[in-house]
Design a protein around this ligand. Sequence first.
Ligand SMILES: [Zn+2]
Length: 358
Amino acid sequence: MKCTKFLAISLLLLSSFAIPIFCASNTTTTAPPPPPPQCGEAKVTGCHNRAEALKLKLVAIFAILVTSMIGICLPLFSRSVPSLQPDKNMFVLVKAFASGVILATGYMHVMPDSFDCLRSQCLPEKPWRKFPFTTFVAMLSALVTLMIDSFSMSYYKKCIADQSSSKDVKDGGLESQHIGHGHRNLEAADDDDSAASQLLRYRVVAQVLEVGIVVHSVVIGLSMGASDNPCTIRPLVAALCFHQLFEGMGLGGCILQAEYGAKMKAIMVFFFSSTTPFGIALGIALSNVYSDDSPTALIVVGLLDACSAGLLNYMALVDLLASDFLGKKLQNSMMLQVWAYVAVLLGAGGMSLMAKWA
Ligand SMILES: [Zn+2]
């Protein structure tokens, strides 16, 4: 019985990785050789129709807005489902899936984009292809993220310590500020303290993640908005919808555990769902001057992507995956741990598959 279960799980894991690989190998055999680079100027290809492209882009703006909202709200509304309460196993699996999506966004979407930009033939050979700027900037950005993480935590702990010591003198006890759910037992005060600092951590993570994801979302919108080629835009509309749906689910899972109020949630939902449409609109407005492969665009986009790649990789591995998998709940149950890994791999596998298009 146990054996068949494990067999099924390992098959699932394998398949979640086989799909992207299979698809990738499929494209490499059929794709024509890349055309010689034309840097910083509009490419004239067989498929070129301004009016048709504009119509498609307007459709894309609305379609992507709606799918982004659905994606990010899906985990948020899951609260009303009884089996998705924070102390239930299903909630752990949703979170693990979300972490997998974020991990793949960093490694499979943002990092390769940055490599493409900064190693482009359109940039001068001398500094750009002589030194791996992408990994250098990503490394620094991961360190800066760690600093933000650690300084904000120690600052907060200091504040709490000051507050509680002054309060202890005044009224002899720390009023618990624990929000909403939870377990009140004999060690409630101590528990509340660590729960509150855990909650603050989740909030820092959700905010920083949103910033990291937004960079990628604007850039993919921008390059679509600047394109005049209906043949590439048409499939891209569908791809970007799925992209935002998936990424929204990842981010939504992180916002969910930050337990924000309705107003803050609404702001974060709006901010995330409007970024790709905003990028497209900006691309349309700038389509006369903006070019994907002008040296300035390549450097700016490449460096921004590298920053957000470092940030996403650090956050996904340290703040989301390690903190959950090494945490109390998952360490207590081997079976839950296995299923959580399945969820991570499904999220990461799905998002990796999406890297084929955008
Ligand atoms: Zn992407």
